[in-house]
Design a protein around this ligand. Sequence first.
Ligand code: SF4
Length: 182
Amino acid sequence: MDKIRFATVWLAGCSGCHMSFLDLDELLFDLADAVEVVYSPVGSDIKTYPENVDICLVEGAVANEENLELALKVRRNTKFVVSFGDCAVLGNVPTLRNVLHGPDPVLRRCYVELSDYGGQIPNAPGIVPKLLDKVQPLHYYIDVDLYLPGCPPSADRIRDAIFPLLRGEKPVMEGREMLKFG
Ligand code: SF4
């Protein structure tokens, strides 16, 4: 039987959601039996998001042009997209910069005003992705099939959301254990 083509993606997040995913510990062996990891920042060096992905966990908000391009590609190439963690679901920490009304004040503050000397805003087209005007949660740009909140979601919550999906069942996202933010 073909394995489930499984991916995880890291947009504007701290990688804490991925760390929690790794806290599945020995269940990662069960996961490895059931899936083929076709793209992930952990345990894979595949650079291009592939076609025909069955399930993808997307960590992080959409903050720059690279995030947006990847999010759109994920949606085009994936049957079931999971908005993974509070940054993806709500925007969370990365959206704090939205109160400064655009990327320019943020870049100026970080790279010029707080610089010891000779500060300058990085400008490397094609290398440093351009920031979007506002950071947005994932569903602002693409349809998602499941919201998995938490900062980060606990390993137990990840288990209870993901393993039903591997069996072709919809997880029961109810109650504090599955839905509490933070
Ligand atoms: S939801 Fe929390 S743990 Fe996950 S990427 Fe955002 S800040 Fe990090």
